[in-house]
Design a protein around this ligand. Structure first.
Ligand code: ADP
Length: 572
């Protein structure tokens, strides 16, 4: 009798888990503890995979990237107070990158508010700058509406992070099973469907865009991670190939069309953006990554056609023509409109030829550098070896995770992306420390793919303990650490400027030289490799890529190779 009675009661923990499951959540990332441990266990019992991390920062990065890769909000679960604060790293990263994510934190007991309860914090106030929507369930009956709202708001319009606060007393409240089901049904019925619908597209703007592209002398198509998120690859490929217009991906736009495509202007970037007269920019902000769309990088009279899901984004940039809409829908319509009266620049068009020639020149110059076997390693030699190893991976292309200064810069130029959404990097916010979290998210989102991180030792160090998470879940992740002994590498200070009582301390940029990062993974039963020569690196890559098991390859790099701040010295 007792058992039957217990089964008919649902507590707050179970109700949250039920709602997440009904809301389509099938993966969660987080760190358990007071008061959310039961919530995680109930979610698992309902078929949700819970990936338990060491730190909320990494788990949050994972949730943000999972949202980007799957188009469904990545869910981060944190404990109260400090757990919520650590989680802000992930939430802010989701906001900056425009990725859908839901952060759920337990919070302290409402009956003690203001009296210094365990881990007490006004979490709703703390998340405000980083969340597009937040809700607090102050009573168990508010849980269903709150859960469905944070899920819907995360994906609505420009995706981003949302936040759900559940006080510990609410997690322990109970309702009858039948009441729980009724609350869920009512909340589902009252969901705001308009929120998640794509905006209607103004067809006259499509016609204007086509006219601009048709009459341009030097048109360019630029696309970014918003287009990748929209899964606009087929529409973009059709548009590029039918019109013969060269294209330029942003770093995470790489792979929507293959880097090896004959119309790729990646290696002729300065020419392409400096000389184009009409630029169709799809799902990419004219922010620092695209030099704000301004001279001198862009020509003064370039006409921008911006395609973005966010009306505010278009209003902010004041382009020649703005089209609010989903990238896949808009590019599909542009292609359709062109099809009725097709045009194609053709291979001998002076603009296409200029870009092709510049690309050839730049690629040839880079290949000369890449062909050398420089030991001790610079950044180029190991990157070439990694590029070649990538090309030998059979099946779907690996997902590349990249962070660091020189490591990310050189990797962006050298590594080849052939499939959409196979590059995750430091992104709009230049976030360091994303590596392990992104690897775990990628492996969980795409279990059929190998995941390879190519990252600096500094980026790796932010979340290195998550290598244990890789081993625990046996994820097919190979982490390649470019180990140059510090942030930017060796001590680059002018000795005359270093004075004072701590002048003999290690430089703020330096780490222990020759750190054995590969042994870190071995402590947990993973496989570690140390590679200081081309042969050692080739054999470590061949073995780890075919094993598809958690591995760390510690690549010894000359501490004085590369530049301070990579290609952004002017900002440091
Ligand atoms: P990148 O870093 O690749 O340049 P950004 O993150 O700066 O890309 O820009 C991505 C843009 O894509 C954002 O302005 C965002 O509003 C927009 N976006 C997001 N989803 C879509 C979509 N489905 N269709 C069109 N634009 C989108």
């Amino acid at each position: 009798l007792y058992k039957v009675a217990m089964e008919q009661v649902v507590d707050g923990n179970t109700l949250v888990a039920m709602c997440l499951s009904r809301g389509g959540v099938d993966r969660m990332f987080g760190v358990v503890g007071i008061p959310v441990t039961s919530l995680a266990n109930r979610a698992v019992a309902l078929g949700i995979r819970f990936i338990a991390f060491h730190n909320e920062q990494s788990a949050g990065y994972a949730a943000s990237a999972y949202g980007y890769l799957t188009r469904r909000p990545g869910v981060l679960l944190t404990v109260s107070g400090p757990g919520c604060v650590h989680g802000l790293a992930g939430l802010s990263n989701a906001a900056a990158n425009g990725w859908p994510m839901v952060m759920i934190s337990g919070s302290s007991d409402q009956s003690f508010t203001g009296r210094g309860d365990f881990q007490e914090l006004d979490q709703i106030a703390a998340v405000k700058p980083f969340s597009k929507f937040s809700a607090k369930a102050t009573d168990i009956t508010e849980i269903p509406t709150s859960v469905f709202s944070v899920i819907d708001w995360a994906v609505a319009g420009r995706p981003g992070g949302t936040y759900l606060d559940i006080p510990s007393d609410v997690l322990h409240q109970t309702v009858d099973e039948s009441q729980a089901q009724k609350l869920i049904t009512e909340a589902l019925d009252s969901r705001n469907k308009d929120l998640i619908e794509n905006p209607k597209i103004n067809y006259s703007e499509i016609q204007k865009a086509v006219e601009l592209l048709r009459t341009a002398q030097r048109p360019l198509i630029v696309f970014g991670k918003g287009a990748a998120y929209a899964r606009a690859e087929n529409e973009l490929t059709k548009l590029v190939e039918s019109t013969g217009i060269p294209f330029l991906p942003t770093p995470m736009g790489k792979g929507l069309l293959p880097d090896t495509h004959e119309l790729a202007a990646t290696a002729a970037r300065s020419l392409a953006i400096g000389k184009c007269d009409v630029a169709l920019v799809v799902g990419a902000r004219l922010n620092w990554l695209l030099h704000f769309g301004e001279a001198p990088k862009w020509s003064n009279d370039v006409k921008f056609i911006l395609v973005d899901i966010s009306k505010e984004e278009i209003e902010l940039r004041e382009p020649f023509l703005g089209i609010v809409g989903d990238a896949k829908d808009v590019i599909g319509l542009i292609h359709k409109e062109i099809k009725d009266d097709p045009f194609c620049l053709g291979k001998t068009h002076p603009w296409v030829e200029a870009i092709r020639n510049k690309t050839k020149d730049n690629v040839a110059k880079m290949e000369v550098q890449l062909a050398k076997d420089v030991v001790p390693f610079n950044f180029m030699t190991p990157m070439r070896i990694i590029r070649d190893a990538f090309l030998l991976v059979g099946g779907p292309a690996p997902i590349l995770v990249s962070e660091g200064a020189n490591t990310m810069d050189v990797g962006r130029a050298v590594l080849v992306q052939t499939e959409p959404r196979t590059r995750l990097d430091a992104g709009t916010w230049g976030t360091m420390g994303i590596g392990l979290g992104y690897c775990i998210a990628a492996a969980v989102a795409s279990p059929d793919r190998l995941v390879v991180a190519v990252e600096g030792d500094s980026g790796f160090g932010f979340s290195a303990m998550e290598v244990e998470t890789l081993v625990r879940y046996q994820l097919p992740v190979v982490v390649i650490v470019f180990n140059n002994g510090g942030v930017y590498g060796g001590d680059r200070r002018n000795p005359e400027e270093i004075t004072g009582p701590y002048k003999d301390d290690p430089a703020p940029t330096s780490f222990v030289p020759g750190a054995a990062y590969h042994l870190l993974l071995e402590a947990f039963g993973g496989k570690g490799y140390l590679a200081a020569t081309p042969d050692e690196l080739k054999s470590a890559l061949a073995e780890s890529f075919s094993a598809k098991k958690p591995s760390v390859i510690n690549v010894t790099i000359d501490p004085y190779a590369g530049a301070e701040s990579g290609r952004m010295q002017h900002k440091n």
